[in-house]
Design a protein around this ligand. Structure first.
Ligand code: ARG
Length: 445
């Protein structure tokens, strides 16, 4: 007996080996049930497929398989309806499901864990879970792309200043800017899809580490569960979590993209810029300043990126020093994984409708696009087209801009007469060559 009085025989699979029960603090400390319970649908699906594989291998007869199947269905019903009694002393979701199965079916349920370990079972559950999640994430990213595309369509000809160093650089189209994010999200989708190809490998049959000692047809089992192949090395299959890391990395990169979009929009929503209005539905007010309307949704999309980075860093750090193969440290991959999944779902839920609700102030964007000498590069390009080497053109336009600054005039305020004083190549066709409409939409995209 332990100091706390907890004795053996509380239904753990290893009661046979242990003379003493677990200390309550140790039991609570090692339990993952509070968070891994969300894997139950995948755990049951994997167990049902494993039972079929055991039957094919002659380790269960058809009646036993039917009994296990029925038992697993009953466990599923209890979990689905909320009638299932979770037992934290049974550590994790795998042992909770198995124990309930044995209660419902009697000893035949005890055959399910033949040739299987929680080590390959958890790798299986995670892969099945991630496969579902990856489908949802792609749907969310597609909706975000669609919302950006719709705004770009709605503002096909709206010009705005393009920035480098957050200084006005050259006129661009709002659509050009918005579509930049469509391409970023496209690569995010490709990264998640690429991750999915490596997630979609069957680890079951690896057992604890050395492989199952029974003639399991893993190719058939892989097909049964919709995997593209079975893992080739059982030690690799139970020891690595790179499929989790790839997912967390893709999520972190997407988070960075979403954060930059949010940063653009919050900047554009300032009085100083005034390029965009958030709808009331995607903003909040202030508890003290009656006039305030804050772009909280965008700010939190930006802010939540921190957790996505943190979760990636956490799992990288958990994994880095682990000797092969399975170590309990790896149980710590789950909360970061689930937090990233929840964060992605939250961000991808709110981002598309928030984007759709934006009102762009195209008049303000247009007038900002025409100032700060933003067409200077186009004037240099104009001179290049007249035969001047670009470096000379740059120098001439630089002097023209300085003249403008000294006299308080924009390039568009200068007459052809004034402009031609800087180069005889400047002719009256220069005016048409420097309109914001032409330079933002005409030749660049
Ligand atoms: N709950 C464990 C995890 O999340 C899986 C079980 C393996 N545990 C073990 N002691 N062999 O990784």
């Amino acid at each position: 007996m332990t100091a706390s009085g907890a004795g053996p025989g509380r239904g753990k699979p290893w009661d046979g080996r242990f003379a003493e029960g677990a200390d309550p603090t140790a039991e609570a400390f090692t339990s993952s049930l509070s968070f891994d319970r969300r894997l139950w649908p995948h755990d049951i699906r994997g167990s049902a497929a494993w039972a079929r594989a055991l039957e094919r291998a002659g380790l269960l007869d058809p009646a036993e398989l039917a009994a296990i199947d029925k038992g697993l269905e009953a466990v599923r019903d209890e979990l689905e309806s909320g009638r299932f009694t979770f037992r934290p002393e049974l550590e994790d979701i795998h042992m909770n499901v198995e124990r309930r199965l044995i209660e419902l079916t009697g000893p035949v349920g005890g055959k399910l864990h033949t040739g299987r370990s929680r080590n390959d079972q958890i790798a299986l559950d995670e892969r099945l879970y991630l496969r579902d999640i990856l489908g949802d994430v792609d749907g969310g990213l597609q909706r975000a792309q669609a919302a950006l595309l719709a705004q770009a369509e709605r503002h096909r000809d709206a010009a705005m200043p393009g920035y480098t160093h957050l200084q006005r650089a050259q006129p661009v189209l709002l659509a050009h800017h918005l579509l930049a994010y469509v391409f970023m999200f496209q690569r995010d989708r490709e990264r998640f899809a690429d991750c999915a190809t490596r997630v979609n490998i069957l680890p079951l049959g690896s057992a604890a580490l050395a492989g199952a000692a029974f003639p399991i047809d893993r190719e058939t089992l892989a097909r049964d569960l919709g995997f593209s192949a079975a893992s080739a090395n059982s030690m690799d299959a139970v020891a690595d979590r790179d499929y989790v890391l790839e997912f967390l990395a893709a999520a972190a990169i997407f988070g960075m993209h979403g954060s930059r979009l949010a940063a653009d929009l919050t900047l554009w929503a300032t009085a100083e810029f005034g390029f965009v209005d958030f709808s009331d539905a995607f903003a909040t007010g202030s508890s003290i300043m009656p006039q305030k309307k804050n772009p909280d949704v965008a700010e939190l999309i930006r802010g939540k990126t921190g957790r996505l980075y943190g979760n990636l860093t956490a799992v990288l750090t958990i994994m880095k020093g682990l000797p092969l193969t399975y170590n309990s440290d790896m149980q710590e991959d789950k909360e970061p994984l689930f937090d990233t999944v929840d964060t992605l779902e939250a961000v991808l839920g709110v981002l598309p409708p928030m984007l759709e609700s934006l009102t762009f102030r195209v008049d303000r964007m247009r007038s900002a696009a025409g100032t700060s000498y933003s067409t200077a590069t186009d004037l240099a390009d104009y001179l290049v087209r007249k035969g001047l080497p670009f470096r000379e053109a740059h120098e001439i336009v630089g002097r023209t801009v300085r003249h403008g600054l000294e006299t308080g005039k924009e390039l568009s305020d200068l007459t052809v007469e004034e402009l031609s004083r800087f180069s005889p190549l400047i002719d009256k066709d220069v005016l048409a060559a420097l309109t914001v409409e032409l330079v933002s939409g005409g030749r660049r995209r």
